[in-house]
Design a protein around this ligand. Structure first.
Ligand code: ATP
Ligand code: MG
Length: 568
């Protein structure tokens, strides 16, 4: 037998043993014949070699197997990471080298994290993981007017909840001195200038594609004005502008702002600094010095890429690769702070955790799990087209996760009373889950029950219904509604009803959130509040527990007195 065939056998045996610990003659034979159909006529000849090689491979430790593969068939190892990428549902990253990828999630601490941030952070993390790289959490905090200390914390809490793990955390404001230095370099190179025009003049010039007098000033003038930005000038008196091209088709390039004066105290640095970089300048410098290799941001920033790369070119700094993805939002659920803040301030929603909102706090409170969010985000993939995803898609990922963990309880919304005679016992024991072993609960009753009005309003004496978990009941009177226990036999077409024992019924509220906006219109009835009766066992559940109210849907226990509807 040729050396070539022996090698093929060894290769198949090693690969199989790598995947499964041990290998077998028959499996190796199958693999060989699968790839080398010509050998099918020579099974007798090759079989002894297979047995011998399989035997020797089965004597090796996993380490020895790996070493052999590395020596003789390194391509087998190279194939591994590829498989993993496919499983993650994200396309491979252009120019990504294993172990060298650095991504960053750069939120501005100016609001609570929401589903859009979840998308960005999860994609940043998944790519870092996929390539054995690193994720940086960088607070983009260079606009003190909008930023508050509580938001730094809220964002971290949100990421913890999402189980997004970062390797490093920093603030753009940590690097303020470096950013000044880089600005100085830009001014020295005459790539930027200080402009003292009024805001209206600047806007008009941008529209009319006209440069202003300041842009023609000498280097000395710029140097002098830059110094004054730290002393004499006040907010609005002067800005540093990048020297772009006032007649560029790309409006971003029409001499954009690089630094401005903001008198408001910074949440971390107080009033130590008042000259702050613009987003565009800070993000380019920071990504470069932080070692970011792949910088993701949402599509509406696409026009800013030219500025980003040009700044780094002029400063001769390393350029990360900027990649855009679509913004994620839900129909009728605003993510933008511009829309959210007034809703809260005007009291139209109760706060950042109002269950109608797509903030992480709200989704959590509503009963959406972090792993459902991750699956959902990855299922959307990496499209550039803006995604107004149907909330139902997130719900269906969530349902799969909560269903096996949710206790089943009875809950009655529109109660009708019924008295039942001849019940065999004054207690009823029911399983907490139909298929999982989640224990049982026992309910005491005195023959008086609440049932759903709509389940009983058409019943006539003589009709039979099945009380779930209890047995069959024959209606004996319509008004008042009364019945008689008639045994436990499973009739085929007896309608099933759920019930709550009156003796120990718990009055709680269920909040049912729906779309906050219908089109542009605020939906005043987007939070329905219903008073319901449920079982005493509700009291024993921890806050935050997911419940399936039988024949109603999944809800999350929000407090002793209130549950929030999650989904069907
Ligand atoms: P907002 O309108 O909420 O202020 P933003 O883009 O200014 O949005 P940042 O806190 O600056 O919010 O964003 C941090 C990161 O999250 C950025 O990389 C941004 O691109 C991304 N991001 C923000 N909103 C969304 C969204 N709806 N979908 C996907 N990514 C988003
Ligand atoms: Mg922002």
């Amino acid at each position: 037998m040729s050396e070539q065939v022996r090698n093929k056998i060894l290769r198949a045996a090693l690969q199989n043993a790598l995947d499964h610990g041990k290998t077998q003659d028959k499996i190796v034979l199958g693999k060989i014949l699968g790839t080398e159909p010509l050998l099918r006529t020579q099974v007798k000849e090759i079989m002894p070699a297979i047995i011998e090689i399989v035997n020797s491979v089965n004597q090796m430790s996993q380490d020895q197997i790996k070493r052999q593969i590395q020596d003789k068939f390194p391509d087998l190892l190279a194939e591994k990471p590829k498989k993993q990428e496919e499983r993650e549902g994200l396309p491979p990253l252009e120019g990504a080298e294993h172990g060298k990828v650095v991504t960053r999630f750069p939120p501005e601490p100016n609001g609570y994290p929401h589903i859009g941030h979840a998308k960005a952070a999860i994609i940043d993390e998944e790519y870092a993981k996929m390539y054995g790289g690193k994720l940086i959490l960088r607070f983009d905090d260079t606009n003190p007017e909008a930023e508050r200390l509580e938001y730094y914390a809220a964002i971290k809490v949100g990421l913890d909840w999402l189980e997004v793990k970062y390797d490093r955390v920093k603030n753009t404001s940590d690097d303020i001195e470096l950013l000044y230095k880089k600005c100085q370099e830009m001014l020295d190179g005459n790539y930027a200038y200080v402009c003292t025009c009024k805001q209206e003049t600047i806007s008009a010039n941008r529209r009319e594609m006209k440069p202003c007098k300041c842009s023609m000033g000498e280097l000395e003038q710029n140097k002098d004005r830059w110094d004054k930005m730290f002393s004499k000038f006040g907010q609005g008196d002067a800005i540093v502008r990048f020297r772009g091209n006032m007649s560029s088709e790309n409006t971003v390039m029409r001499d954009p702002v690089m630094f401005r004066i903001i008198e408001t105290k910074h949440p971390l640095l107080g009033d130590k600094y008042r000259v702050w970089p613009s987003y565009d300048f800070a993000v380019a410098i920071e990504d470069s010095v932080d070692g970011v290799t792949h910088a993701f941001r949402t599509k509406e920033y696409e026009l800013r890429n030219e500025l980003y790369y040009t700044i780094l070119d002029l400063l001769k700094m390393r350029k990360p690769k900027v990649i855009e993805f679509s913004r994620l939002g839900f129909e009728g659920m605003p993510v933008s702070k511009r829309v959210l803040r007034p809703l809260i301030e005007e009291g139209k929603v109760s706060g950042y955790d109002d269950p109608r909102l797509p903030t992480l706090e709200a989704l959590k409170r509503r009963g959406i799990r972090q792993d459902a969010i991750r699956k959902f985000v990855l299922s959307l993939g990496f499209t550039k087209a803006d995604t107004l995803a149907p909330f139902e898609t997130l719900e269906s990922f969530n349902r799969k996760i909560v269903d096996p963990e949710s206790i089943r309880l009875h809950m009655v919304k529109n109660p009708a009373s019924i008295k039942i005679k001849d019940l065999p016992s004054s207690t009823i024991t029911m399983p907490n889950h139909p298929t999982k072993d989640m224990g049982k609960r026992t309910i005491e009753h005195d023959g008086g029950f609440y049932v759903e009005s709509e389940d009983v309003d058409k019943l006539k004496p003589g009709d039979a219904i099945r009380f779930m978990g209890l047995g069959n009941v024959k209606i004996t009177s319509q008004s008042p509604l009364e019945g008689q226990y008639i045994g436990d036999g499973l009739g085929t077409d007896i309608p099933k009803v759920h019930w709550v024992a009156q003796k120990n019924a718990q009055k709680i509220k269920v909040l049912i959130p729906s779309q906050l906006f219908i089109g542009e219109e605020f939906n005043a009835s987007s939070l329905q509040e219903i008073n319901v009766f449920t079982e005493p066992h509700y009291n024993e559940l921890k806050e935050g527990k997911e419940i399936q109210f039988v024949r109603f849907g999944y809800c999350r226990k929000d407090s002793m007195l209130q549950a929030i509807y999650t989904h069907k």
